[in-house]
Design a protein around this ligand. Structure first.
Ligand code: GDP
Ligand code: IMO
Ligand code: MG
Length: 423
């Protein structure tokens, strides 16, 4: 059975967790392939709300194996706390698999993330301060510490000491901070090794064997296409590749295994942190989207910036990921509006852009070209099929399909598991 990639089509928080939860009913494996606990994926099961930061959403189903693959950065303390949290709420994470190659987020990564952001002042990225950027920096500088190093105390000690020798110079001389004690860091981390060892394996081999057996494998992206370090609004991005290509690199699975690439997009758009955002609304419509959509960060609680759906960006996202389908979320939030707008182009200095501009400067000083579509002004949270939707809502979805050239195969009309329609 070819695998499915679920990828964020916007700036994150599109509803990937709930979309993954929908597909995971039938999946044997759900794989996180990049990012770390900067992600916050919300799943509603009855009256219960689960916010997962690291463990793949498939953990909710006892028959599904959640996998944290090599491309992720793992804060072991956070992982153990999440395992604990799930166990205490009756979910068994015992099947979890953790790649031996995944890099560890160290205490000095978290510290660096905090002080670097503070230092940037007005130019800050607005990171989640979880140490993601510094952990990936060390990975690519080839002085990172991996999960497997935890099981070789001598190597672990050597690596941490070497890394801290550099980091402490930076902390003290550049950022005016106290140095960190290597022994404290090493003892704390080695003390967690025993609890992690049952989960550690060669996740690429595991997935290879699963795919050979014909098992269903689902890849769960974190963040979104516009936060991709290569294809997003750099430098206001995360430090990994959330895009579909990242699923392959991050999990050690080749492109011929993939059957579907499902892009998850909100019926409008949001962004947390700084960076350009052409359709951002600073008016009461923006406030209403925040209020009705409950647009506050799952991880940091920050208010998300909101705006009308940006079809220029969405079409770009379809291309970058070679999406086969779209999964549209939060259509119910738009029910409150008399008319709904979508951006089909940008105008900057008299020039019209219908493709995502090559020069990022354009994104800062452009005016979106909007198409205004009739609203539906009725509650759609009870609709369970496309034909039950008011015809204006159907037309809205069809407009997105037409513009992007990709079928919107799933639409969600509320946060609950069953508030879904499949076409
Ligand atoms: P993720 O990071 O992409 O998984 O998205 P988040 O979980 O951070 O944010 C999505 C939020 O929207 C969560 O609070 C979900 O419960 C909620 N949500 C998802 N789908 C829908 C929907 O169709 N309608 C409404 N009203 N809320 C939704
Ligand atoms: P999910 O998976 C939305 C944003 C941060 C910041 C930038 C860099 O829930 O969609 P980082 O801590 O990664 O170095 O921050 O990326 N960001 C997210 N925004 N959803 C996320 O994850 C995000 N993860 C990171 O706000 O702008
Ligand atoms: Mg989120």
């Amino acid at each position: 059975m070819p695998a499915t990639i679920v990828v964020g089509a916007q700036w994150g928080d599109e509803g990937k967790g709930r979309a993954t939860d929908w597909f995971a009913r039938e999946a044997d494996y759900v794989v996180r392939y990049q990012g770390g606990n900067n992600a916050g994926h919300t799943i509603l099961v009855g009256d219960e709300r689960f916010a997962l930061s690291l463990i793949p959403s498939g953990v909710m189903y006892p028959d599904c194996t959640p996998v944290i693959a090599s491309g992720c950065v793992v804060d072991p303390e956070v992982l153990l706390a999440e395992i604990e949290m799930l166990s205490s709420r009756g979910i068994d994470p015992g099947k979890l698999k953790l790649s031996a190659n995944a890099h560890l987020i160290m205490p000095y990564h978290r510290k660096l993330d905090r002080v670097m952001e503070r230092y940037l002042g007005r130019n800050q990225i607005g990171t989640t301060k979880k140490g993601i950027g510094p952990a990936y920096t060390d990975k690519y500088a080839r002085r990172g510490v991996r999960v497997q190093d935890l099981f070789d105390p001598k190597i672990f000690r050597d690596k941490v000491e070497a890394a801290l020798e550099d980091v402490n110079k930076v902390l003290t001389r550049v950022y005016n901070q106290l140095p960190m004690d290597p022994d404290e860091v090493i003892d704390h981390y080695l003390g967690m090794a025993d609890r992690l060892v049952p989960y550690v394996c060669d996740t690429s081999l595991l997935l290879w064997e699963a795919l050979r057996r014909g098992d269903e494998v689902l890849f769960e992206g974190a963040q979104g296409t516009l936060l991709d370090v290569d294809h997003g609004t750099y430098p206001f991005v995360t430090s990994s590749n959330p895009t579909a290509g990242g699923a392959l690199v991050g999990s050690g699975v080749g492109p011929r295994e993939i059957g579907r690439v499902v892009g998850v997009a909100k019926a409008y758009i949001s962004r947390v942190g700084t960076g350009p955002f052409p359709t951002e609304l600073h008016d009461e419509v923006g406030d209403k989207l925040v209020e009705l959509g409950g647009e506050f960060g799952t991880v940091t609680g920050r208010r998300r910036r909101c705006g009308w759906l940006d079809l220029v960006a969405l079409r770009y996202s379809v291309r970058i990921n070679s999406m086969s389908h779209l999964f549209l979320t939060k259509l119910d939030v738009l029910s409150a509006f008399e008319t709904v707008k979508v951006a089909t182009g940008y105008v900057s200095l008299g020039e019209v852009y219908e493709e995502f501009p090559r020069q990022q400067r354009v994104l800062y000083n452009c005016t979106p070209v909007y198409r205004e579509l009739p609203g539906w002004r009725q509650d759609i949270t009870g609709c369970r099929s496309f034909s039950e939707l008011p015809k204006q809502a159907q037309a809205y979805v069809e407009f997105i399909e037409e513009y992007t050239g990709v079928p919107v195969a799933w639409v969600s009309v509320g946060p609950e598991r069953e508030q879904m329609l499949q076409r």
